[in-house]
Design a protein around this ligand. Structure first.
Ligand code: SF4
Length: 647
């Protein structure tokens, strides 16, 4: 029987004891005088595997440790984080599922209206740079206790990095947080080894060789780069010495070099140790943790998650509402899109669950109160990478390519969609399951290799609209993003349309685009807007590029160089120019016309302002199109934001 225990529909409200202890009363209830490990998180406490710090807490609990969890503590004094007492082994700190600055501010550096990870979307439930603030609090609350950082914020700020929100290069977060260890990437293996070795009596200062962890060294002189140009960053001991914090702060070329050197060490099977000097200290990074096997992934998702937000909350946590009826089938991504850091965090090797494990979770979900038979998503970072791997382990272990699908799909990649097709068939044939959607991203250059998958997707797993992310139409911009050409998207769109018609369903694609990505000029954005208009595409959601820590595109944005080639790259850094780019994509929306006109004039494309059919926006006075109809109400083939290709 699965270890997943879900309350039946007629059961009373979830008892507190099913959650991890969060108060002294919870400890008393269990008869515990102390906990072994305390996890502090910047998210609300939702006992669901989609919440990273909870996943680690449940994993450690499953290894026999007494784990307590404090979510979104008051950070103005130490009282709140002390409420479970001093833990016996260590305190683990995470800012939550998102970087705390990204969680708070938009690309325009404005405060977001809703906080997805707080009850009721309430703002100000976590501090800026939460990893540092919580770590400082923990040091004051529990002097001498090992402090271990983890989660996305710590992981992606582990080396010197560009911080968009302060427009500055910051040190490794480990130094600012003054913690003992930093766990990067997916934390199960390192967290368990830390717990095991501390429990066995080793001091934290002895934990210097755990994969997936970083620590501070106090005498970095011996690791200064060697003089020899070819191997200047690799010591005799095989340690890759990155340009120092001082170098990358002073010199953008050095920053680009650091970014490049780092990227080639992210494969867990061949990544070498890294070291980066910061003043009179250095941060040492062991190679990444090894990926989990299928059996280990299954065991992880069999842990006794309550699959609910903590019973002490009265308001819903928005992020939970979107995932509570969804199922994760895999982790990792081999796409290597330059604007995304999933590869840097979760790794390039896909780690998938078995179909049996997924079915156990489906059955548990179907017994949940409030479940009406619809699974909102079966997926992961990229839904159709489920069970995809390199053709053999030896090749995969030796490979240093940053993407298995760019500039083209690698001939060694096994792109078989049958395991996913079989899994989806099994899920939808389960008792009590009425609808199963695939809402996670689809890699269409892979999907177009499997007409059967597209047929299944269109017939059974699309709720009328399928979101896909071509991101741009210009080949040079797509190259900078490491995304496939727009022709691949169009082929997929056509195949999806045909499959929908065969299934007798009227369905639409919802394409997503990014504006302001490095390599994209105003001229390129106008080209994209013209493409959208020509294809009757009226996007409702466009992502204004945000340079998040550690992404390759962020290095392009900050340095003006492509770290992989050394070539200059244009980036829109002016916030008004970024707004203009976004306005162009909303060419159909009257509210954006003034900014779009300004953009067109600035780019010398006044010819696109007017009443002719090829124009993007009407002139300032007179909002009608040449055909006499209102400019934004003229005849069109597709409804707003959707694309339907002719069969
Ligand atoms: S050889 Fe190809 S498929 Fe294998 S890991 Fe490298 S890029 Fe990916």
């Amino acid at each position: 029987m699965s270890l997943v225990q879900i309350r039946r529909k007629d059961a009373p409200a979830e008892p507190r004891e099913r959650f991890l202890p969060t108060t002294a009363a919870d400890l008393k209830e269990r008869g515990w005088s102390e906990i072994d490990i305390l996890i502090i998180t910047g998210d609300a406490y939702v006992d669901h595997p989609a919440f990273g710090p909870v996943l680690i807490a449940r994993f450690l609990e499953g290894r026999g440790y007494k784990v307590g969890l404090i979510a979104q503590p008051n950070w103005t004094d130490v009282n709140d984080i002390s409420r479970l007492g001093r833990p016996r082994l260590f305190v683990g700190i995470s800012a939550g599922n998102l970087d705390s600055m990204l969680n708070k501010l938009t690309a325009q550096k404005k405060v977001r209206s809703e906080y997805q990870y707080s009850p009721g979307g309430k703002p100000n439930q976590r501090p800026n740079r939460a990893t540092i603030v919580y770590s400082n609090l923990a040091r004051r609350a529990f002097p001498g206790l090992p402090i271990v950082l983890g989660g996305i914020e710590a992981s992606l700020r582990r080396i010197a990095h560009y911080d968009y929100w302060s427009d500055s290069v910051r040190r490794s977060v480990l130094l600012d947080a003054k913690a003992d260890l930093l766990v990067f990437g997916m934390g199960e293996r390192p967290a368990w080894e830390i717990a095991r070795r501390l429990d066995a009596g080793e001091p934290v200062s002895a934990l210097r060789d755990i994969r997936g962890t970083a620590h501070i060294k106090n005498n970095p002189v011996e690791w200064q780069p060697l003089a020899d140009a070819k191997s200047r960053y690799v010591t005799d001991g095989g340690i890759v010495v990155l340009p120092s914090y001082e170098e990358v702060k002073a010199d953008k070329r050095k920053f680009a070099e650091m970014s490049r050197a780092f990227q080639f060490e992210t494969n867990a099977h061949n990544g070498r140790p890294l070291l980066q000097v910061h003043g009179d200290q250095a941060v040492y990074f062991n190679p990444p943790a090894l990926p989990l096997s299928q059996a280990e992934m299954d065991a992880l998702y069999d842990l006794p998650f309550v699959r609910k937000q903590h019973s002490s909350y009265s308001d819903p946590v928005p992020a939970f509402e979107t995932v509570k009826h969804s199922i994760v089938t895999m982790r990792g991504c081999f796409g290597g899109c330059t604007f995304c850091s999933i590869t840097e965090h979760e790794g390039r090797i896909i780690q998938s669950r078995s179909a049996d494990s997924v079915i156990r979770e489906v059955r548990a979900l179907s017994r949940m109160d409030g479940f009406r038979g619809t699974i909102s998503d079966v997926g992961g970072p990229t839904a159709n990478m489920y069970q995809m791997r390199c053709k053999d382990e030896k090749t995969e272990s030796a490979c240093r390519r940053l993407s298995c699908v760019h500039p083209g799909v690698c001939e060694n990649l096994v792109t078989d969609h049958d395991p996913l097709i079989d899994l989806l068939r099994r899920v939808r044939s389960e008792k009590g399951i009425k609808k199963v959607y695939v809402a996670s991203g689809i890699r269409y250059d892979l999907a177009e290799r499997s007409p059967e998958f597209i047929r299944e997707l269109a017939r059974h797993h699309t709720g009328g609209q399928l979101s896909v992310a071509p991101e741009h139409s210009n080949p040079d911009v797509l190259k900078k993003m490491k995304k496939p050409g727009i022709e691949s998207y169009e082929r997929f769109a056509q195949a999806f349309c045909n499959a929908s018609e065969q299934a007798g369903k009227e369905q639409y694609l919802i394409p997503y685009f990014i504006t302001g990505h490095p390599g994209s000029t105003l001229k390129d954005t106008i080209e994209l807007a013209v493409y959208l208009k020509r294809n009757n595409l009226r996007p409702r959601q466009v992502q204004d590029f945000i340079p998040t820590p550690m992404a390759i595109a962020t290095a392009m944005y900050y340095t003006g160089l492509d770290p992989l080639t050394g070539e200059p790259v244009y980036s829109a850094t002016d916030l008004r120019e970024k707004r203009m780019m976004k306005a162009l994509i909303f060419w159909w929306d009257e509210g954006n016309w003034p900014l779009a006109r300004e953009a067109l004039k600035k780019a010398g494309r006044g010819d696109l302002i007017g009443r002719s059919p090829h124009c993007l926006v009407p002139p300032e006075y007179g909002l009608t199109s040449p055909g006499g109809g209102s400019f934004n109400k003229g005849p069109r083939r597709a409804v707003k934001g959707r694309q339907r290709f002719r069969a």
